[in-house]
Design a protein around this ligand. Structure first.
Ligand code: 0WD
Length: 256
């Protein structure tokens, strides 16, 4: 049986190491037959991303720090001539000090950086990649429940994720006529390098597993399989949505 992404080319931004959600998405995309183009943020990640890229059979590995418009333009320049079908944006950043103090203490600079890297970058990347998506396609980003509810210690990143989810809707409206769909997956907490920046993260994992309807935490592979659905023709009618892949945690209210 042909893979669900056979004949499709995917650009994946946000692999930092083998625990990255973007790496799990790369594995699932590869399993389904996609050609993969990976990016890395900075020189310090190059060796790791090269190793992971060769495991995934990636066709190209290119640098792109999404806080730099020139690097986004340079990435697209290097991709001229290749048709893209899917873009995965799996990127977020907030200063550790901004996450560890009460939200009310958020600095102007820290607020700006978190929103720039974690939300505006989706707009910049989608705009730059759209002309390469000549047959339409799918743009996907990763969000978290902290966009919608107050999650302790998530702070400015919650506000950035709210902006990201809203950007998904506005981008879906703008790019829909070009048959480009834009969606987010709101993943349950997963132990990754980024998650370690959130204070008491292991307590969050325990709490979610105890309360979620499926009584367990989220496996990156199930986030990746939902990404396959959204990137494939099976997801052709879905745009502007935030799909929760969180063992059902977001439906729960108070527990007894
Ligand atoms: O519990 C979790 N881990 C969840 C993560 C639950 C729900 C959502 N998410 C989101 C994150 O907020 C993020 O948007 O998933 C996305 C991927 O996060 P991840 O896989 O948990 O974390 P990680 O492996 O650290 O990947 C994020 C990467 C960065 O890694 P490091 O550890 O080096 O900060 O985002 C990249 C970077 O590689 N990144 C950038 N890439 C390009 N330009 C930039 C940048 N300016 N800043 C960060």
């Amino acid at each position: 049986m042909p893979g669900l992404l056979e004949g499709k080319t995917a650009l994946i931004l946000g692999i930092a190491n083998r625990w990255s959600i973007a790496y799990a998405i790369g594995q699932a995309f590869r399993r389904e037959g996609a050609e993969l183009i990976l990016t890395y943020q900075a020189e310090r990640l190059l060796k790791t991303v090269q190793e992971l890229g060769s495991e995934l059979g990636a066709s190209r590995i290119l640098q792109c720090d999404v806080s730099d418009d020139a690097q986004i333009a340079g990435l697209v320049e290097k991709l001229q001539g290749s048709a893209l079908h899917t873009v995965v944006h799996s990127i977020a950043f907030a200063g550790k000090d901004e996450l560890s103090k009460p939200f009310v203490e958020t600095s102007r600079g820290g607020f700006g950086v978190a929103l720039d890297v974690s939300a505006y970058s989706l707009v910049a990347v989608a705009r730059a990649a759209a002309p390469l998506m000549t047959a339409g396609g799918s743009v996907l980003t990763l969000s978290y429940l902290g966009a919608q509810r107050v999650v302790q210690n998530y702070n400015v990143m919650g506000v950035a994720k709210a902006a990201l989810e809203s950007s998904v809707r506005y981008l879906a409206a703008d790019l829909g006529p070009s048959q480009i769909r834009v969606n987010a997956i709101s993943a349950g907490p997963i132990k990754t390098a980024s998650a370690r920046g959130v204070k008491d993260f292991s307590k969050v994992l325990e709490g979610v597993a105890a309360l979620a309807p499926l009584r367990r935490d989220t496996d990156p592979a199930e986030v990746a399989d939902t990404a396959v659905f959204l990137a494939s023709d099976l997801g052709r009618g879905v745009t502007g949505n935030v799909i929760y892949v969180d063992a059902g945690f977001q439906i729960m209210g108070l527990s007894a």
